[in-house]
Design a protein around this ligand. Structure first.
Ligand code: PHE
Length: 338
């Protein structure tokens, strides 16, 4: 009777339990066999009653074993079944999330799309003409050193290199089409710099180009002003400082009022209340002519910004290397922003 109860309550949680059950009850020196041995010694009277009980008991033990064995067959097939509480909730699947640079690129692109800019892309491996010469960098001009270039191959007068800016895409676009052009060029660019918190050998840019009749510096200012209101919020101030790029004349760098301290003084703006965000200017007529565009009829503006920089200002990220280390402690902080 005691055994019947034990068998009925037998609930194995592993293949080892099933085997222990077999060894206890079903082998030739097991309990079932030994009870049958005992059975031989009792009186005929008792045999009639006990015989039925014993046979039922044997059946029960065998059924239980077969049921349990089937359940754990997987284990003997080599698929180890994990012991544990099957009612516990499962382990969650880790989902990936968008990279902060992708999020910010999308934000930038969306703002310009609403203004009628289309997205234009080009190759990361460029020739000297598209990366430099067409953009009014004279040969041997020191301005080429401003952008520490990774050269790939010398090629009589038209070396192959990794593009140092996406202005090369502007050239390709103008060469291939007719004005008006209104496009932005997001993409990865490369510069031969030592990797540190503030510099990397590759980063991402969004450049923009608008060429049509009568495009003026006022258009440039208003477009970029609108852009930062959308990206950093209404009331963000801008200021333009004269600068130099071979492909624009006049050229400027645009600062915005510091997004972190709002002018109260912080590390980022060094207390000045201003941070640089992009370079811009009116497309140099030489560039238009290099791309077979009549510079008497058309004018245009261009600008270029680093997505890393824009992202740093938005999320107060202080080390550029975080963007390319694939550390999920960093990346998962952007999970909700889909
Ligand atoms: N191409 C420039 C750079 O990478 C940025 C820029 C683009 C400046 C267009 C002015 C106009 O530094």
């Amino acid at each position: 009777k005691q055994y019947t109860q034990e068998i009925e309550q037998f609930a194995p949680s592993s293949a080892a339990d099933v085997e222990a059950f077999r060894l206890k009850f079903l082998v030739s020196k097991g309990i079932v066999k030994s009870l049958f041995e005992e059975f031989k010694t009792v009186s005929t009277e008792e045999k009639r009653v006990l015989g039925k009980v014993l046979n039922e008991f044997k059946q029960l033990a065998e059924d239980k074993f077969q049921g349990a064995q089937a359940e754990f067959q997987q284990a003997s097939n080599g698929l180890e079944r994990k012991e544990g509480d099957l009612t516990l909730p499962g382990e969650g699947m880790e989902l990936g999330s968008r990279h902060p640079l992708s999020l910010v690129r999308k934000e930038i692109v969306d703002i310009f799309k609403k203004l009628g800019f289309v997205v234009s892309e080009g190759p990361e491996i460029e020739d000297d003409w598209h990366n430099f010469s067409a953009l009014n960098f004279p040969p041997e001009h020191p301005a080429r050193d401003m952008q520490d270039t990774f050269f790939i191959k010398k090629q009589d007068g038209n070396d192959i290199a990794l593009r140092t800016h996406t202005s090369s895409v502007q050239v390709r676009m103008m060469e291939m089409g007719k004005p008006p052009f209104r496009a932005i060029m997001p993409g990865r660019v490369y510069r031969n710099e030592a990797i540190s918190a503030r510099a990397h050998c590759f980063f991402h840019q969004v450049e923009g180009l608008y060429v049509d009749e009568n495009v003026s510096f006022a258009d440039l200012k208003q477009t970029l002003f609108h852009f930062v209101q959308e990206l950093y919020g209404e009331g963000t101030k801008v200021r333009f400082r004269p600068s130099y790029f071979p492909f624009t004349e006049p050229s400027a760098e645009m600062d915005i009022s510091c997004t972190i301290c709002k002018g109260a003084g912080c590390n980022l703006c060094k207390g000045s209340g201003w941070v640089e965000i992009l370079g811009c200017g009116m497309v140099d007529p030489n560039v238009l002519e290099n791309c077979n565009i009549d510079s008497k009829k058309y004018s245009g503006f261009a600008f270029g910004m680093g997505i890393e920089r824009v992202t740093n200002l938005k999320y107060e990220i202080k080390d550029l290397r975080l963007f390319s280390e694939n550390d999920t402690r960093f990346l998962s902080q952007f999970e909700t922003e889909i």
